[in-house]
Design a protein. Structure first.
Ligand SMILES: Nc1ncnc2c1ncn2[C@@H]1O[C@H](COP(=O)(O)OP(=O)(O)O)[C@@H](O)[C@H]1O
Ligand SMILES: [Mg+2]
Lengths: 257, 267
C-alpha cells in the first residue's frame, strides 16, 4: 500500500468511545476499535446487540451521542470525507430504490455522479450482476425479487462504487448456502483486487471464520473481545463460547436437514 | 440530515414542534433553491414529475373548474338578474376564477392529490432506508428528490391554474347561457368578461399559484423526509402534508391578496 493518494488506496477506520442511546435505551455503550487499511473486520453478536446501529455510525448515517468515528484521521461528518473517500454500505434489507429497475439501482452511483458513458455503465452493471449470480435481470423491478435477490443486487450496487471502505450488514442472511459461499468469496476477492477495507456484520460463522482478518464480538452494545479467528475460537469467555457454539449447533442442524 | 434534529425534539410541546417544522421547511426551501443550478442535470426527473402532475390532475381539474364556474354563474347570476345586472355576470365569474377560485381550488386539489403522494413516496423511502442508501452513495436527497418535485410543482401548478381559469369561464358561460332564469347570450357573457378581466388579474392568480406550489412541494417533501416509524408513520406524514399545505395555502392566500391589493392601489 502506498502512502500517496491514489484511487486504490484503502482507508483506516477508528471508532473512539462511541455511545448512543435512543430515548432511554442505551444501544452502544462505549465502543472503541480500529480497522486497518485493507482489513476484513467481522463483527459478530446476537440480534439487537447494536450491530446495525454501529455500522450506521461508521458510515455517518447516525450522529453519536459521545465519541467519534475517524476515517483516515478525519471525522466522518466533515464534508471532506464524503467527497474524498468512496464508501458503500450493503443494508440488511438491501434498501434498493423501489421506483428504479435493478439495472438502474446497480448503476445509480455512476449515473448520478456522471462518471461513465451510458454504454460503459451498462457494461459495468451487467458485469456486477453477473458477479452476484443475477445476470440478465436489469429490467426487473425490486418488488419482483426475493429477499435474497434484493440483497445480492444491493451487493452489486455497492461493488459498482469501487469502494475504499465497504460495510456489509448481514450479507449472507436469507441466502442459500451456495450463494452465501459466493458472496463470501466476493468479499474476500474485492479486498484482494482493490485493497478495500471491509467491515462485515454477520451471524454466519462460516463467513466470519472464512474471511475475517479479525473478529469482534459485540453483546448488548459492548465489545467483549477482538482478535483473530484463531484467538476467538480459543478464547474461554463463556459468553463468547456460548455464542459461537450456538452458531455451530444451528449449523449442524441445517446440515442434518 | 433532518432526522437528527427530529429525534431530539420528539417529546416537546406542540407549539415548539410547529416552530421547529417551519424552521426546517425554510431550511429545506433554501437548500432546494441553492440546488437550482443543478435543475438541468435532473431534467428527466422534473419531466417525470410534471407528467405525474398532469396525469393525476388534468381530468379532475377540468371537472372541478367547470362546476366552480357554473356554480358561480348560478349563485351570482340569480341575485344579479333580480337587480337587472345580468350583463356583469361574465366579468364577475372571470375575475373570481382568475384571482381566487382557480388558484385556491387547484392548489387544494393538488395538495390532496400530489402532495400526499409525494409525502408517501419520500416517507416510505425514509422508512425503508432508501434515503440512507442515497446518502451513503454521496447522492444528496435534496438534489435527487426534493428539487425535481418542487420545481415540477412550481411549473405545473400555474399551468394547471391557467387551464382551470379558462375551463371555469366556460362553465360559467354554459350556465349563464342555458339557465332559463339568467338566459344571457354567449357573446354577451364573453364581451363583459373581456371588458372587465385584465391581464393583471390573471397574473395575480398565477403569482398566487406559484407561491402555493412552493408551499405544497416543500411541505410535502419535508413531511416525507422527517417520517419516522413504519407504515403508520408514513400515514401520519401524508395526513400532515395535506393538512399543513392547505392551512398554509389559505393563510398565504389572504396575505397575498392583501399585499397585491395594496400594490394595485399604488400603481
Ligand atoms: N432509530 C432507532 N430508534 C430507536 N431504537 C433503535 C433505532 N435503531 C435501533 N434501535 C434499537 O437499537 C437496538 C439495536 O438495534 P440493531 O443495531 O438494529 O441490532 P442488530 O445487532 O440486530 O443489528 C435494538 O434494540 C433496536 O430496537
Ligand atoms: Mg442488524
Amino acid at each position: 500500500m502506498s502512502a500517496t493518494a491514489n484511487n486504490a488506496e484503502s482507508v483506516r477506520v477508528e471508532v473512539r468511545n462511541l455511545r448512543k442511546s435512543f430515548g432511554k435505551q442505551s444501544v452502544i455503550k462505549g465502543v472503541s476499535f480500529e480497522v486497518k487499511r485493507g482489513e476484513i473486520f467481522v463483527i459478530m453478536g446476537p440480534s439487537g446487540s447494536g450491530k446495525t446501529v454501529l455500522l450506521k455510525h461508521i458510515i455517518g448515517l447516525e450522529k453519536p451521542d459521545e465519541g467519534e468515528i475517524l476515517i483516515e484521521g478525519e471525522p466522518i461528518h466533515s464534508a471532506r470525507v464524503r467527497d474524498r473517500y468512496r464508501m458503500a454500505m450493503v443494508f440488511q434489507s438491501g434498501a434498493l430504490l423501489n421506483s428504479l429497475s435493478v439495472g438502474e439501482n446497480v448503476g445509480l452511483y455512476l449515473i448520478e455522479h456522471r462518471l461513465k458513458s451510458p454504454e460503459e455503465i451498462k457494461k459495468i452493471v451487467a458485469e456486477k450482476l453477473d458477479l452476484v449470480g443475477l445476470q440478465g435481470l436489469e429490467e426487473r423491478m425490486p418488488s419482483a425479487l426475493s429477499g435474497g435477490m434484493k440483497k445480492r443486487v444491493a451487493i452489486a450496487r455497492a461493488l459498482v462504487v469501487e469502494p475504499q471502505l465497504i460495510l456489509y450488514d448481514e450479507p449472507t442472511s436469507e441466502l442459500d448456502p451456495l450463494i452465501a459461499v459466493t458472496i463470501a468469496e466476493e468479499i474476500a476477492s474485492l479486498r484482494d483486487r482493490t485493497h478495500a477495507t471491509s467491515i462485515v456484520v454477520s451471524h454466519d460463522r462460516d463467513l466470519a471464520f472464512g474471511v475475517a482478518d479479525r473478529i469482534a464480538i459485540i453483546h448488548k452494545g459492548e465489545i467483549l473481545f477482538i482478535g483473530t479467528p484463531e484467538e476467538v475460537k480459543q478464547h474461554n469467555d463463556p459468553m463468547i463460547q456460548k455464542f459461537i457454539h450456538a452458531a455451530m449447533q444451528s449449523n449442524k442442524k441445517s446440515r442434518a436437514l | 440530515m433532518l432526522r437528527g434534529v427530529r429525534q431530539r425534539g420528539g417529546g416537546v410541546g406542540s407549539s415548539l414542534v410547529m416552530f421547529q417544522n417551519i424552521g426546517e421547511m425554510l431550511i429545506l426551501f433554501v437548500q432546494a433553491l441553492k440546488s437550482l443550478p443543478l435543475a438541468w442535470r435532473h431534467r428527466r426527473k422534473v419531466f417525470d414529475q410534471l407528467f405525474e402532475i398532469g396525469n393525476a390532475s388534468l381530468l379532475m381539474a377540468c371537472i372541478l373548474s367547470l362546476f366552480i364556474g357554473g356554480v358561480l354563474a348560478l349563485q351570482a347570476g340569480s341575485v344579479l338578474v333580480e337587480r337587472g345586472l345580468s350583463s356583469v355576470i361574465g366579468g364577475m365569474v372571470g375575475v373570481s376564477m382568475c384571482k381566487e377560485l382557480g388558484p385556491v381550488m387547484m392548489s387544494i386539489l393538488i395538495a390532496g392529490r400530489l402532495g400526499s403522494a409525494m409525502a408517501a413516496e419520500i416517507g416510505s423511502m425514509r422508512v425503508y432506508q432508501e434515503i440512507d442508501a442515497l446518502t451513503t452513495m454521496n447522492i444528496n436527497p435534496v438534489h435527487y428528490l426534493v428539487l425535481p418535485r418542487v420545481l415540477a410543482m412550481a411549473i405545473g401548478l400555474p399551468l394547471l391554474v391557467i387551464f382551470s381559469i379558462m375551463t371555469g369561464w366556460f362553465g360559467g358561460a354554459a350556465v349563464a347561457t342555458f339557465n332559463a332564469k339568467i338566459n344571457l347570450s354567449m357573446d354577451g357573457y364573453f364581451n363583459n368578461l373581456r371588458e372587465i378581466v385584465e391581464v393583471g388579474d390573471v397574473v395575480h392568480g398565477l403569482i398566487k399559484s406559484f407561491v402555493f406550489a412552493l408551499i405544497i412541494g416543500v411541505v410535502s417533501c419535508h413531511q416525507g423526509l422527517v417520517t419516522i416509524g413504519g407504515p403508520r408513520g408514513i400515514g401520519r406524514s401524508v395526513t400532515k402534508a395535506v393538512v399543513n399545505s392547505i392551512i398554509l395555502i389559505l393563510i398565504m392566500d389572504y396575505i397575498l391578496t392583501r399585499v397585491m391589493m395594496f400594490s394595485d392601489f399604488l400603481s
